[in-house]
Design a protein around this ligand. Structure first.
Ligand SMILES: [Cu+2]
Length: 171
């Protein structure tokens, strides 16, 4: 697992911002632990009302030799606070939520989706790890990911497999 991070996830200025946001939310306490049920930092008065979630820019960089892959997307929220608590796929055995640290990465049990904000997965920051593909992924394939949220239920997205160097905004 750790070997993958060094080559695949490049650290960017954005990473720092994303990590700071995640850490500031207070929802994630330790690797593989159970996050607090309500992020204290990001909810507060703004959390009234239901979350209104949508998923943007999902992609999976083509993994070398069909092995473990990363997945990225953005969960936008036009409503109250929510939490991503589980990700599964009918096409892969295991999907886990990870965040990168300066030297490694660690699995997290949940991720905060701030009220009127976004949960952003990005290279070098928070990411999904996808293992046990039923069929080796190829460019142009789509993998269904089912994102389960604490309050909003499950949202299914079709995530395209892109070139290893792909960035959102490129075609
Ligand atoms: Cu990872």
């Amino acid at each position: 697992m750790i070997a993958v991070t060094g080559t695949r996830f490049r650290r960017t200025a954005l990473t720092g911002a994303v990590l700071a946001t995640v850490l500031g939310g207070g929802a994630i306490l330790a690797a593989c632990g159970t996050g607090g049920s309500d992020g204290s930092g990001t909810s507060g008065a703004a959390s009234g009302g239901p979350a209104r979630l949508s998923v943007a820019d999902p992609y999976i960089p083509l993994p070398p030799a069909g092995g473990m892959a990363a997945g990225y997307l953005t969960v936008r929220n036009d409503g109250g606070q929510d939490q991503l608590v589980k990700v599964t796929s009918p096409g892969a055995e295991s999907v886990t939520m990870h965040r990168s640290t300066p030297s490694s990465m660690e699995q997290v049990a949940s991720l905060d989706v701030p009220a009127h904000g976004a949960l952003q997965f990005a290279r070098g920051g928070t990411h999904l790890m996808i293992m046990g593909w039923q069929k080796a992924p190829a460019l142009g394939d789509e993998l269904e990911l089912d994102l389960t949220f604490a309050k909003s239920g499950t949202i299914s997205v079709k995530v395209p497999v892109k070139e290893l160097t792909y960035r959102p905004g490129q075609s």
